[in-house]
Design a protein around this ligand. Structure first.
Ligand code: HEB
Length: 750
């Protein structure tokens, strides 16, 4: 085999050899802040996906996708003559990597095309699904992104099989490289190899017999089975859970525990979870004609001649009836290419016993059942009903049972639940409705979209803005606190799932107004003062003009930054773009907004190292969710310290004698060799800056401050700002980066 890795040697051309990450694996990694730069993007610099999409013949595209479903190709024949099941699975696996903790994963960036997802064992043979789509992608070019196409194809698959979907929103631009920012786990082997676990407790050996109905929910092992944060999947290389039960124990009750955790971390409640599984497994089949030892390596390790395809199967024809994907061989319903309630009917009308798939994996077969299930390729053959361990969870877990029994005799309810849950699955990482494109965007406002009201009044003009800036600065609040609140508001944004941000002014609502990072008492004072300014302006302004609190929070911070620059001798105008509106508490899903809470925020010098990572790693993580580059991160930290904007006005890292003034003092003093940093006795979290000559204490600083002097690449950037020509550049770059953060969620403008 002409494999990519012909033999295990390291090349000695560019990029080869032992790397920095091998020598110093714990060194702070900035590469995730340089992802998706223009250097990686083959499209024209001025390419605008939303504009390109507008020129797409959407109806024609959908027609072509629908036609593809039954256009079986000999190189990868369609089961039952219909690719619907495969395409739904492709879309589901694309979206299903999303997790609530950091908003990363999900189908919003077409990442299934890249490693590791492209080569995850759970994504087996989805390389074929995407390759089947290539002629369509080729035909429509840049008018449809891979990211949108993959998900839309799942929708069209459902529609061609008789399911009415809730709608579709396009608007996901593609990315061009693997997203290395996502923590997928720390195991060194992919599912199902190895004993490594991301659970606080493995279940191995607990129930090898897989006794149906055993009471695992009372088992303390199960109760204490905590999945590592921020992960959502139960194993490295899986989208969600092991289909054969936890650690291969075919126990549906135990499996329900893992399903609840993993789907919960995908943002789904019990009802949504059940709807997705019951609805999804109304279609298609699983593939386990023979042991997977017949399959070659995954795409990333496969021979160059396979052109990106992996899992080349040596068993018989290697495709169609001989396909091997999961190693399970299950067909759920009598009509795998037609929507209906066949899954629940089979689940409840049969009793189940453990069997082994032809590949040797545990699965369940209906006891005493007739052969009523069609064969995917041979019209003369029939099979008995079969189920996965995790399918049985929908009946043997009491909470799931309650829901699914209802649906057993109420298909319309299941249809509504599945349509909504599927829509949420596909759009959970899209952010505000303003990003949705195309003719199929549903009108109904959905709480998980974090809706904000539409602007229904004239906005402030340049003159109002100038007046308001003066008013807020004389409203009795320290400028540094105006900056802190504006930062707290805007920096709640995360680019991973486009949630949070200043729009909506949710910082004044539960739960954001209670977050420790937002310093509730201080926040309350600032908001009170700003509300007064707002009320006065709105009652006096001419022509019905109004300013929202969301806008005023940003404007106040902006005014304070301008003042800081002015006091440093720079008369700059910090851009301000009105048009934000104030969301209501009813429009706010407290439980899901809670996931946006920063536990550590180095920009405000809030928090410290955690079990998950060092403080400076949290800083980079945060910078990445704000889509900042290393220079932007650097100038923001340095500038915010100079402006005295720390959480609780802490003085750590405020390396200046003129706090509140937008100087480059942070960098000058950090790089000053006359200062020696000594441990302040806080387990490596805090240092004192001592004057080498006098021995007197000049400063205190955290890890997040000192990393800009210790890390070679950050130091290189810090030097630029600490040089003689650094002051003007700092003001210019800080203003640009500040504006970028304030504007991160303004999809209403784009
Ligand atoms: Fe599913 C398939 C598992 C959920 C949809 N899945 C399948 C399979 C498996 C599974 C193992 C097979 C693969 C092969 O081919 O071999 N799932 C599973 C689990 C879960 C699920 C474990 C959790 C519990 N699904 C799901 C969901 C959905 C789905 C949610 C949607 C919504 N799947 C699906 C489909 C299919 C599958 C459609 C078929 C595919 C074909 O046909 O190809």
């Amino acid at each position: 085999m002409g494999s990519v890795d012909k033999c295990p040697f390291t090349s000695n051309v560019a990029g080869g050899g032992t790397r920095n990450t091998s020598w110093w694996p714990n060194n702070l990694k900035l590469d995730i802040l340089r992802q998706n730069s223009v250097a990686a993007n083959p499209l024209d610099k001025d390419f605008d996906y939303a504009e390109a999409f507008k020129t797409l013949d959407y109806a024609a595209l959908k027609k072509d996708i629908a036609a593809l479903m039954t256009d079986s190709k000999d190189w990868w024949p369609a089961d039952f003559g219909h690719y619907g099941g495969l395409m739904i699975r492709m879309a589901w696996h694309s979206a299903g990597t999303y997790r609530v903790f950091d908003g990363r994963g999900g189908g919003g960036a077409g990442q299934q095309r890249f490693e590791p997802l492209n080569s995850w064992p759970d994504n087996g043979n989805l390389d074929k699904a995407r390759r089947l789509l290539w002629p369509i992608k080729q035909k429509y070019g840049n008018k449809i992104s891979w990211s949108d196409l993959i998900l839309l194809t799942g929708n069209v698959a459902l529609e061609t099989m008789g399911f009415k979907t809730f709608g579709f929103g396009a608007g996901r631009p593609d990315t061009w490289q693997a997203d290395e920012s996502v923590y997928w786990g720390s195991e060194h082997s992919m599912f199902p190899e190895g004993n490594e676990t991301r659970y606080s407790k493995a279940l191995k050996g607990v129930n090898e017999k897989g006794a149906l109905g055993s009471d695992y929910s009372k088992d303390t092992d199960l109760k204490n089975r905590e999945l590592e944060e921020p992960l959502a999947a139960s194993h490295m290389g899986l989208i969600y859970v092991n289909p054969t039960g936890p650690d291969g124990n075919p126990d549906p009750v135990a499996a329900a525990h893992d399903i609840r955790t993993t789907f919960g971390r995908m943002g789904m409640n019990d009802e949504e979870t059940a709807a997705l599984i019951v609805g999804g497994h109304a279609f298609g089949k699983t593939h386990g004609a023979a042991p997977d030892s017949n399959c070659g390596p995954e795409p990333a390790a496969a021979g160059i001649e396979h052109q990106g395809l992996g899992w080349i199967n040596k068993h018989a024809s290697g495709k169609g009836a001989d396909a091997i994907t999961s190693g399970l061989e299950v067909i759920w319903t009598e009509t795998p290419t037609k929507w209906g309630n066949g899954f629940l009917e089979s689940l409840y009308n049969n009793e189940w016993e453990l069997e082994k798939s032809p590949a040797g994996a545990p699965q369940f077969v209906a006891k005493n059942a007739g052969e009523v299930i069609p064969d995917p390729f041979d019209p003369n053959k029939k099979r008995k009903p079969t189920m996965l361990t995790t399918d049985l969870s929908m009946r043997f877990d009491p909470a799931y049972e309650k829901i699914t029994r209802r649906w057993l005799t109420n298909l319309p309810e299941l249809e509504d639940a599945f349509a909504r849950a599927w829509f949420k699955l596909l759009h959970r990482d899209m952010g505000p409705i303003d990003r949705y494109l195309g003719p199929e965007v549903p009108k109904e406002e959905l709480i998980w979209q974090d809706p904000v009201p539409k602007v229904d009044h004239p906005l402030v003009d340049e003159k109002d803005i100038a007046t308001l800036k003066e008013t807020v600065l004389s409203a009795g609040i320290e400028p540094s606190r105006l900056i802190a609140v504006a930062w707290g508001s805007a920096s709640s944004f995360r680019n991973s799932d486009k949630r949070g941000g200043a729009n909506g002014a949710r910082i004044r609502l539960d739960p954001m107004n209670k977050w420790a990072a937002n310093n509730p008492d201080e926040l309350h004072k600032v908001l009170n003062a700003l509300e007064k300014v707002q009320q006065k302006f709105n009652s006096e302004a001419s022509g019905g003009k109004k300013i929202s609190l969301a806008d005023l929070i940003v404007l106040a911070g902006t005014a304070a930054v301008e003042k800081g620059a002015r006091d440093a001798g720079h008369n700059v105008v910090v851009p301000f773009t009105p048009g934000r509106t104030d969301a209501s508490q009813e429009q706010t899903e407290v439980s899901s907004i809670a996931f946006l809470e920063p536990k550590v925020d180095g920009f405000r010098n809030y928090g410290k190292s955690t079990a998950r990572g060092r403080a400076e790693e949290h800083l980079v993580d945060k910078a990445q969710t704000l889509s900042l580059t290393p220079p932007e991160m650097t100038v923001l930290v340095g500038g915010l310290r100079a402006l005295n904007a720390n959480h609780g006005t802490s003085q750590h890292g405020v390396l200046t004698k003129r706090p509140g003034v937008l100087t480059n003092d942070f960098f000058v003093n950090l790089l000053d060799m006359e200062t020696q940093w000594v441990d302040a006795g806080s387990d490596g979290e805090l240092w004192k800056g001592i004057d080498r000559k006098t021995g007197s204490e000049k400063w205190t600083a955290t890890r997040v401050d000192l990393v800009f002097g210790s890390h070679a690449e950050l130091r290189a950037i810090a030097e630029v700002y600490g040089q003689v020509d650094g002051q003007g550049k700092l003001v210019k770059d800080f203003v640009a980066a500040w504006d970028k953060v304030m504007m991160l969620d303004r999809f209403d403008l784009k």
